[in-house]
Design a protein around this ligand. Structure first.
Ligand SMILES: Cc1cc2nc3c(=O)[nH]c(=O)nc-3n(C[C@H](O)[C@H](O)[C@H](O)COP(=O)(O)OP(=O)(O)OC[C@H]3O[C@@H](n4cnc5c(N)ncnc54)[C@H](O)[C@@H]3O)c2cc1C
Length: 307
């Protein structure tokens, strides 16, 4: 197995920003598309379940880990290039493993506007396409032109229109829910040239807003819940008196800084502890407001009652 670079029994906690997660039976971090295809084939031959992991910044990974092959798309698959188009736009292509912050800064350094929102999101380009990540009124949907991905029947490239982007979801999310395992390889984005100084100032302003309002120094997966139609999750949670709330001393807590974030203080809580709190918050908000919060955070692996 070593020529394929697949490890066995790898603890996933370091690969999740929540800092939870037991072992993956198999774990691979391919450094290029060829290696990725080989590990993908290996999983098919062995009949293994596959999970594609980016930066693990939107995942709550089970304490029992993942019984199958985790393929982590890391920075070795994160090349980034650009070329001017005949239409005056600049086309930036980023590999799935490229961190969004790097992508956003690359665009800003070139004086390209429209990707500033990406600078503070701690995911990869692949995870951001999958989730249609966004912030401060902009999302991946606004800049993506096309996406290349690997499926059972080879590599495909589809237009952004075919990606089925809507609020924090995409066609890749729906395919995964159907048991398929598409692997996003790269995204091409179109951006227009702007004023480099203004763009840098915009990046700094958004970073400042984020630092002021979010608990960035504590493990979490960002917003725990999606924004319910016509409401804000954080406001509903605060109205239920749950800002700063903890069920026990496990370390799982509704952030006292931002009620929309469940945090894992000191990384001490288990995934089950965190999920128990998430479910408690969801039920209490439902009882108080009639609004059912939907998890934005994805549960990976098996949990007590939920998998
Ligand atoms: C402090 C903090 C702040 C955050 N702020 C924001 C924010 O402002 N806006 C926002 O939208 N999100 C935010 N998030 C959540 C998270 O960063 C985004 O959802 C991000 O897009 C997830 O990317 P990832 O690479 O970490 O994906 P992961 O968490 O690794 O995976 C998420 C999903 O994408 C799939 N996936 C990942 N990579 C691929 C790939 N290459 N091919 C196929 N499927 C793939 C996984 O299978 C999984 O289902 C925040 C998180 C944290 C911790």
């Amino acid at each position: 197995m070593s020529e394929l670079n697949i490890s066995e029994n790898v603890c996933l906690a370091p690969y999740s920003t929540f800092r939870t997660g037991g072992p993956a039976s198999f774990f691979a971090e391919p450094s290029n598309e060829e290696e990725l295809k080989e590990v993908y084939r290996f999983a098919g031959e062995k009949g293994l379940d596959v999970f594609i992991l980016g930066n693990g910044s939107n995942c709550l990974i089970s304490d029992k880990g993942f019984d199958g092959l985790v393929i982590r798309i890391g920075k070795l698959m994160g090349d980034i290039t650009h070329e001017p188009g005949e239409d005056g736009l600049v086309y930036v292509t980023a590999g799935a493993g490229c961190l969004l912050s790097r992508f956003g800064n690359y665009c800003a350094d070139l004086g390209l506007e429209g990707a500033e929102f990406a600078c503070g999101i701690p995911g990869t380009v692949g995870g951001a396409v999958f989730m249609n990540a966004g912030a401060y009124g902009r999302e991946i949907k606004d800049i993506a032109v096309s996406v290349r991905y690997l499926a059972d029947n080879g590599i495909k490239e589809i237009s952004a229109g075919e990606c089925g982007f809507s609020y924090r979801t995409s066609i890749f999310d729906r395919k995964q829910a159907n048991g398929e395992q598409p692997v996003i390889l790269s995204m091409k984005a179109a951006l227009k040239t702007g004023d480099r100084v203004k763009i840098a100032a915009h990046v700094a302003e958004l970073r400042q807003k984020r630092t002021a309002s979010q608990p960035l120094d504590v493990p979490s997966a960002g917003s725990t819940f999606k924004r319910p139609e016509g409401h804000f999750a954080a406001k509903l949670i605060e109205d239920s008196g749950l800002k700063g709330f903890a069920l026990d001393d496990s370390g799982a807590q509704v952030s006292p800084k931002h009620a929309g974030f469940v945090v894992n203080n000191n990384g001490a809580a288990s995934a089950e502890d965190i999920l128990r709190l998430i479910n408690y918050v969801s039920d209490k908000v439902y009882m108080d407001s009639g609004v059912r919060l939907e998890k934005e955070v994805r549960l990976i692996g098996e949990f007590g009652g939920e998998g």
